[in-house]
Design a binder for this molecule. Structure first.
Ligand SMILES: Cc1ncc(C[n+]2csc(CCOP(=O)(O)OP(=O)(O)O)c2C)c(N)n1
Ligand code: SF4
Ligand SMILES: [Mg+2]
Length: 351
């Protein structure tokens, strides 16, 4: 048996969302990850975010690569479309699926090994192309599935479980996502649901390439003293830049904002991102300032978390290329293959 189904039985009075679904309808199979693995908390946050947003599970496509992190889509959204791809190849499979059917909500789940080593190029190109997706890296600084080797996000000077010290410089996927043009960039911690759930909600609603780097301690191989990705280390060095609240266009807005302490970002779909600022001078829509802020705090050994950058009127790959509105499987034969006369016309226009 490759997965353990969860019993369907649940409390008859479980709360329902706008679709009449309970939180249980957003779950998947029983997790086979190590007890206490940060990745399971991220799965729980995804379940909660999708339930609270009342997303129809069958309109979501969840894709992953290979690794403990990439196994997790089995453990959430059992009714969604799923594709467990090859190591590091999730971004290109997701890009292809998105080009074929723009109407689904795309959720790519990957690991730091999957995205910062073998899939590094794939990560970069999916971000710079503006694929409309939420790309989450469940970042534990090690290859968990293959027994704890340092990954490319491991900090220089970090110790592994056997006491070996990592000499290499780390790859900061958040810094790269900012530089490559991601239009929504956040970082969070699997142990902080209060921050992570609204961040996932906002990213799912965002149109364009949304990236979240989620620190997610590996309790089996990277949760010891000397690790910079352990629960204790991340809690001690976490520097939250803001608290996020997502208000969708459907709800009546009743919130009162205190001048100076709250920033409100209106998104393309009419929703609101309500940000309670912790860093006074932080402007969430300034990409260059976000990059400087990140580097400045990194040099002080701090891990900046929260919503770091958003472009509220972002475009996506379909907009850039002016693609057809409908999914390819909704086009008829004549639309899919307009014939040799059209091809000749197209070729002539390019000469
Ligand atoms: C082409 C290929 N190369 C190497 C492997 C071996 N492998 C499996 S998972 C993995 C790394 C997983 O690390 P990460 O993406 O960080 O996931 P984690 O297990 O830490 O969540 C590697 C190297 C593989 N499956 N396929
Ligand atoms: S080996 Fe690490 S990453 Fe994999 S399930 Fe166990 S704790 Fe999680
Ligand atoms: Mg990893």
């Amino acid at each position: 048996m490759t997965f353990l189904p969860k019993p369907k039985l649940h409390h008859p009075e479980l709360a329902e969302n706008e679709l009449g679904l309970t939180r249980r309808d957003y779950e998947g199979a029983i997790s086979t990850l190590c007890a206490g693995c940060g990745h399971d908390s991220i799965s729980a946050a995804i379940v909660r975010a999708c339930y609270e947003l009342s997303l129809p599970p069958h309109r979501i496509a969840k894709l992953s690569g290979i690794g403990c992190s990439s196994k997790t889509p089995t453990y959430f959204l059992g009714a969604a479309h799923g594709f467990n791809s090859v190591h590091g190849r999730m971004p290109s499979v997701l890009t292809g699926a998105n080009l074929a059917n723009r109407e689904l909500i795309y959720l790519g789940v990957s690991g730091d090994g999957d995205s910062a080593s073998i899939g590094f190029g794939q990560f970069g190109h999916s971000i710079r192309r503006g694929v409309n997706m939420l790309y989450i890296v469940e970042n534990n600084g090690v290859y968990g599935l293959t027994k704890g080797q340092f990954s490319a996000t491991a900090d220089s000077g970090a110790k592994n479980k056997r006491g070996l010290v990592n000499q290499d410089e780390p790859i900061d996927l958040v810094g790269l996502a900012l530089q490559l043009g991601a239009t929504f960039v956040g970082r969070s911690f699997s142990g902080d649901k209060t921050q992570l759930v609204p961040l996932i909600k906002a990213a799912l609603l965002h149109k364009g390439a949304a990236f979240i780097d989620c620190l997610s301690p590996c309790v089996a191989f990277n949760n010891h003293a000397g690790s910079t990705k352990s629960f204790d280390y991340v809690r001690e060095h976490n520097e939250a830049v803001n608290f996020l609240d997502v208000i969708t266009g459907r709800e009546q807005i009743t919130a009162e904002y205190e001048p100076g302490s709250m920033e409100v970002v209106r998104t393309h779909d009419g929703g609101l991102l309500k940000l309670r600022k912790l860093a006074d001078d932080y402007d969430v829509t300034d990409r260059v300032a976000a990059m400087n802020f990140l580097q400045h705090h990194r040099s002080r050994g701090e891990i900046v978390t929260g919503l770091l950058y958003v472009d509220p009127v972002a475009e996506d790959v379909h907009g850039y290329h002016n693609t057809v509105d409908r999914p390819l499987n909704a086009l008829d034969d004549a639309e899919l293959c307009p014939g040799s006369a059209q091809l000749a016309k197209l070729n002539a226009s390019l000469r």
